[in-house]
Ligand binder design. Structure first.
Ligand code: ZN
Length: 253
């Protein structure tokens, strides 16, 4: 074989190696496989999104109904599954099974627009988790409705910084709010979101004494289901400036 023939052989071998590489690489970059791979990578991880108002105020912690709708559609189209609080807790504490790419959508304070939040999620077949203060403007009928569409949980009576209170005050803020919500919904309240994400060791003890078994803060990171700290569960704050790429980055962690 001359030099030219050898060159052709080498080129043919290189070409067939390239073809083999491409045939292996191609499925991994198709949309379906990207979703499957994302599910594997995300195993044990569940972003918990913390929303507040859903309106056109433009304030930092508001999103518009259209923005929320677009975000819900993005979750569906990208293979995410909105899970319930119960599903989340079972997976975190009892090895409960979750669908691929789980995400928990929560709404704080019990603003009147919590109803809008429920309506938008409902269009996408998603259930929300609502952390409601006793001073919320929602009527008892509306709080009951939210508990039927999703889950209503504690956020203290008056939305104060708990670390600024002594133990008795912390216990009253949590226990009275819990009793208020349970009387309206007829369902047990076992979870809490710390107002402002603020708590101290004493507040954690007060929550436990009041019958709270899990409490959500902020922190901005994706929750690791395999190593959950039950009274310090991190959530990701959703804000007015979240365009879709920002939203995707927050959810994707
Ligand atoms: Zn709040």
């Amino acid at each position: 074989m001359g030099r030219a023939g050898l060159g052709r052989r080498v080129r043919a071998v290189v070409l067939s190696l390239l073809l083999i590489l491409v045939s292996f690489a191609w499925p991994a970059t198709s949309p379906g496989n990207r979703v499957a791979r994302a599910a594997q990578v995300a195993f044990g991880q569940a972003p918990i999104l913390a929303y507040h108002n859903v309106d056109y105020s433009g304030s930092e912690y508001s999103v518009t109904p259209e923005q929320l709708d677009e975000q819900c559609r993005w979750l569906v189209e990208n293979g995410y599954s909105a899970i319930t609080l119960h599903q989340f807790w079972e997976a975190a504490t009892n090895s409960g099974k979750l669908p691929p790419n789980p995400v928990l959508l929560t709404n704080d304070d019990g603003w009147a627009s919590a109803i809008t939040f429920a309506e938008v999620l409902g269009r996408h077949g998603m259930a929300g988790t609502y952390f409601v203060n006793s001073v919320s403007p929602l009527t008892a009928e509306q709080i009951l409705l939210l508990s039927q569409l999703g889950s209503v949980q504690a956020h203290t009576s008056n939305h104060v910084h708990l670390s600024g209170l002594a133990y008795e005050g912390q216990l009253a803020e949590i226990a009275e709010n819990k009793a208020y919500l349970e009387a309206i919904t007829g369902q047990p309240v076992h979870f809490l979101a710390w107002p402002f994400g603020d708590r101290d060791d004493s507040a954690v003890q007060a929550a436990a004494a009041a019958g709270i078994i899990g409490a959500f803060g902020l922190g901005g990171v994706t929750a690791d289901l395999l190593a959950i700290d039950p009274y310090h569960i991190p959530r990701i704050m959703m804000v007015a400036g979240d365009d879709l790429p920002t939203f995707a980055a927050k959810v994707g962690g």
